[in-house]
Design a protein around this ligand. Structure first.
Ligand SMILES: [Zn+2]
Ligand SMILES: [Zn+2]
Length: 93
């Protein structure tokens, strides 16, 4: 009796925490996608429009001018810090 009651009680808060954790992740991801599809500014200079995708992580976070600078410096992606291998210019609207 005591053991069953304690077990149920112990599992419930754990499950709740897990669901909250996943919810936060999903919200952050969707928000990020929306921001990228919007005409957001470059994360480096904050003035030009983003039009360059970082490979291999496919983050669209740079303008072509900053991509040019980063390619000379062999930099990491400013979003996920993965080593940039190449840039792909997006032809935007
Ligand atoms: Zn820029
Ligand atoms: Zn990235």
């Amino acid at each position: 009796m005591y053991t069953i009651a304690g077990g149920v009680f112990g599992v419930k808060p754990l499950k709740q925490k897990l669901i909250i954790g996943i919810g936060v992740y999903e919200t952050a991801e969707v928000y990020g996608m929306e921001k990228l599809e919007d005409n957001s500014d470059c994360v480096i200079c904050l003035s030009n429009k983003r039009n360059t995708m970082v490979m291999p992580c496919k983050h669209i976070c740079l303008c072509n001018e900053c991509a040019d600078v980063l390619s000379n410096n062999k930099s990491d992606c400013p979003i996920c810090r993965i080593r940039i291998q190449e840039f792909s210019i997006i032809q935007g609207k």
